[in-house]
Design a protein around this ligand. Structure first.
Ligand code: APR
Length: 177
């Protein structure tokens, strides 16, 4: 795949993930899957109470893995809930766990015929993961999946605020070359 083709399939946008018109949005959840603040809170508020009811039946999710539900009142048909690592010191396997979030979310998306998917910057809020480091991991994992003939057509990185947007744009530019 040419760098241009790849760049066309990874988009960076500034905004609110709950407003994205895509097949699936990814939630930065916790292991209980029972809601929280940040992205988690915003998604549950926008999706409505049925989302929590479905999440209750999932029985939680380990860090680095993902689960899929319906989107209910959200514009997106699906929500893929993934649990990012809490940042400690970078020597507790945080990078690999974060990479696992992107890998397992994209694998679930492919299994469910998702063509367009939006990610927030997982773990870079309450979980304290350094954003530049997280953005590089995100783009690296997404590139690996898209390069092997994935059925996914477009991945959006939805950034909250200008700084996050610039960090992720830079990560995509450096990765695409
Ligand atoms: N749309 C897009 N991005 C958002 C939104 C939104 N509506 N709200 C917050 N963000 C950004 C934050 O600015 C941050 O860069 O998403 C990123 C992830 O932040 P958090 O939501 O705090 O997620 P995380 O760091 O993974 O922590 C997860 O927080 O909300 C709880 O239940 C959740 O315990 C879990 C923990």
């Amino acid at each position: 795949m040419s760098p241009e083709q790849l760049e066309n399939r990874i988009g960076v946008v500034e905004g609110d993930i709950t407003k994205q018109q895509v097949d699936a949005i990814v939630n930065a959840a916790n292991t209980t899957l029972l809601g929280g603040g940040g992205v988690d809170g915003a998604i549950h508020r926008a999706a409505g109470p049925e989302l929590l009811e479905e999440c209750r039946r999932l029985g939680g999710c380990p860090t680095g893995q993902a689960r899929i539900t319906k989107g209910y009142r959200l514009p997106s048909k699906r929500v893929i809930h993934t649990v990012g690592p809490v940042w400690r010191d970078g020597h507790r396997g945080e990078d690999e766990l974060l990479a696992g979030c992107y890998r397992s979310s994209l694998a679930l998306a492919e299994q469910h015929g998702v063509k367009t998917i939006a990610f927030p910057s997982i773990s870079t809020g309450a979980y304290g993961f350094p954003m530049e480091r997280a953005a590089k991991i995100a783009v690296t994992e997404i590139k690996k999946i898209l390069e092997r003939k994935s059925s996914i057509e477009k991945v959006l990185l939805v950034c909250f605020g200008r700084n996050a947007f610039e960090v992720h744009q830079k990560a995509v530019r450096e990765m695409v070359g």
